[in-house]
Structures are given as C-alpha cells and as structure tokens.
Design a protein around this ligand. Structure first.
Ligand code: TRH
Length: 364
C-alpha cells in the first residue's frame, strides 16, 4: 500500500522536547518512504538538535524532510489524501485548517507520552470536528494498546556495535573529553536535568563513594555542581540529537528529563533516573507513579525517583547511596534490562502511526 504524505505541525512550548519528538517522528516517517513536511515555529530550537539546519532558512530539505517555518503554513494547503499531525494540541494555522475539508485528509492529534491507565482507552478515539475532517487522538505509550514509542530500526544493533569500542575513546570522539582523563574503573554518569533537581544531594553522594564517578554535564553546570572528593564534574558540549544515543551508551547511569531523553535512556537497558517535566497542578506526580508502576521498579528505585523529583537533598543523598550499593545496583541493572527488552518487543510509534492512518484513510 502506498504511504500517505504527512504534514507535521510543531510549536515549541519549552525546552527541546517538542522539537525533539517532532523531528524524530518526521525523519522516521521519511525513512519509511513518506513525503513529510515539518512546520515549526522555532527553527532556532530545532537547529540546536540538528546543527545542519539553518535557523534563518525559509525551507530546507534534511534527511528527506522538508522543514518549513510556521508562518509559511498560512498560505499552504494540506496534502490531498494525506495526514496532518497536530503535535501536542498546538492549534493549526486557521487558514490552513479552513482548507482541510477540501483535501480528503486525516487529522491526528499527537499527544504527550504517559503510562497512565486511561491512555489505552483514549488512544485512537475520534474527535468530531465542525469542518467534518476526521480527527483522532494518538497517544504514545508503553503498551500494545497505545501508540507506542519512537524507535529507529536497528537501534539495538547500533548499540552493540558501538559498545564494542572502549567507551573512553568513544567519549573523546563525541565530546572531546581526553580519553586518558577518566580512570578506566570510574563510574560514568550523564546528568541531563532541570535546574531545580536536588543537585547537592547527588554531588555529596558521588563525592563520598569509593568508586570514582565522572559526571558528564551537557551545557553549563550550575555553580553548586563542582568536582568534590571522588566526584569529577565534566562539562561537555550539547551533542546533536542524532548522536545523543551514543552519549547514553557511554554511561553506566543516565539522569534524564522530559519525554524524549527518557525514551532514549530506556532503549539502552542501563539504569536511569527520570526527572519528569513539572506541571502546575502536580499532574506530573501521577504520571511519574504510573511510569514507575508500568516499569515495575523495585521500591528503592521508586523512592530514588520521588527524591530526585522532590527538593530535599538529604532524601536524595540517602536514596541514591542506597541504590548504588552492590546488590541494589545489580538488581537495578537487571530490572532496567528487563524493562528495555520488553519495550523493544513492541512495534515502534512511527510504524504503528502509519498503519493506523492507512486504515483510517481507507475507510473514509
Ligand atoms: O528538553 P526537555 O526538558 O523537553 C521537555 C519535555 O519533552 C517535556 O515532557 C515537555 O512537556 C516540555 O519539553 C515542553 O526534555 P526531552 O524531552 O528529553 O528533550 C530533550 C531533547 O534534547 C531530546 O531530543 C534529546 C536532546 N539532546 C540532544 O540532542 N543532545 C544533548 O546533548 C542533550 C543533553 C539532549
């Protein structure tokens, strides 16, 4: 069956996640043979993830995706018989939306990722529209009754191949960190976190441990986060998104945040600590609990997550010290591998989305 063309709309609300998820989806759809246009309101944010993109450019074709500034969509039409993806309820440009009814297209509202139970019952539901265009909710998720997770084909094989090379060499090539700077026995930890994380608790814990720890911080670390005791804090450059997995593969433990880096860290099968994006009404706490339940983390790892997503440095230090002891660490590593393997067995989001859209287009 021929693949439908896709128009994907993305507005950047905050940080890198909106652009990061949309770009991943766009180039995966293009890899599957779909014609894809990505309309985005912040080319500058996307350019940080995709350095070959000119943030002042008018229209650029990269990896098979036409990347266009949002304002140009006001004068554009939806692709005939194609799919329009409105990412995270970003509201389509009014003139473009008004013209959709004439184009026999399908409208998809791509939602944020959550492991909450209600997601399965809402995934794929229709959302009737005044203009008559068939619109559906598409929820990413962790089970087969949801829309799945973004994953490129061959990811596991790439990881195995990369990890056959000494990680200090890989880190040097990726970040410029001198290969002989880090002792071979050091624990390598990535820190990608929001500024309100209990960083002092993390710093004090690693500083006191017998095993030296190298904490890799992309961008500028906050002033309180300095090398201390057995902890070395290494500032590294923000790597292009296409190489972010390589950074995760170098580390024994990954502190990640938001949705996209969480998803990537899960694919590695190594221990991770997730800092969830905070919502005003505290809804993120429910989402965090739902994810921990889905992944079946042992109680000590749940306590660690609650501490990392709280503001108490002492609690964080206690929870992290306990989790790094040999037996809990070995158990954590095993659970992480099991969770990752389980997720790897499910079809990926882009494939499921194409199948979903093809079925809906056939019916309409
Ligand atoms: O940047 P984020 O905090 O984005 C957030 C979340 O997506 C959150 O759920 C959303 O609601 C909010 O934005 C609006 O975290 P996230 O999702 O992990 O996105 C980070 C992106 O940055 C991801 O695609 C990986 C990428 N990245 C690199 O490409 N290179 C790097 O060196 C690093 C550290 C990250």
């Amino acid at each position: 069956m021929t693949r439908p063309p896709f128009d994907l709309f993305c507005r950047v609300i905050d940080n890198y996640g909106d652009a990061g998820v949309c770009w991943r989806l766009a180039h995966q759809l293009a890899d599957m043979g779909c014609a894809v246009r990505l309309w985005i309101d912040r080319l500058d944010v996307l350019a940080q993830l995709l350095p070959e993109l000119d943030p002042a450019g008018d229209g650029q074709r990269i990896q098979g995706v036409e990347i266009l500034p949002w304002y140009q969509a006001e004068r554009a039409s939806a692709p005939r018989g194609g799919v329009v993806i409105e990412a995270f309820a970003c509201m389509l440009p009014p003139a473009y939306e008004a013209g959709m009814a004439q184009q026999d297209c399908l409208w998809i509202n791509l939602e944020y990722l959550s492991a909450e139970d209600w997601v399965a019952s809402c995934h794929g539901l229709p959302s009737p529209q005044a203009n008559g265009v068939p619109k559906y909710f598409y929820f990413p998720g962790f089970t087969s009754s949801t829309g799945g997770l973004l994953r490129e084909s061959g990811l596991q094989a790439r990881q195995v191949q990369a990890q056959a090379t000494d990680r200090r060499m890989r880190l040097q090539a990726l970040t410029g960190l001198a290969a002989d700077a880090m002792p071979p026995e050091a624990r390598c930890v990535l820190l990608f976190a929001y500024p309100d994380a209990p960083l002092d608790g993390l710093r004090d814990t690693f500083a006191r441990r017998q095993t030296p720890t190298w904490l890799l911080v992309p961008g500028t670390p906050p002033p309180t986060l300095r090398s201390q005791g057995n902890l070395t804090v290494a500032t590294i450059p923000f790597v292009p998104q296409a190489r972010f997995d390589e950074l995760l593969w170098c580390c024994d433990l990954n502190f990640v945040r938001g949705e996209d880096s969480l998803t990537r860290a899960q694919w590695t099968g190594s221990p991770l600590v997730w800092q969830i994006y905070a919502q005003d009404d505290d809804a993120h706490r429910i989402k965090l609990e739902a994810w921990m339940q889905a992944a079946a983390w042992p109680e000590n790892i749940r306590a660690l997550h609650r501490a990392w997503n709280g503001h108490d440095d002492d609690l964080m230090a206690q929870a992290l010290s306990a989790a790094l002891e040999p037996k809990p660490w070995a158990d954590w590593a095993k659970c992480s591998e099991r969770w990752s393997e389980k997720l790897h067995r499910s079809p990926d989001l882009a494939s499921r989305l194409v199948e979903f859209c093809q079925k809906k287009l056939q019916k309409s």
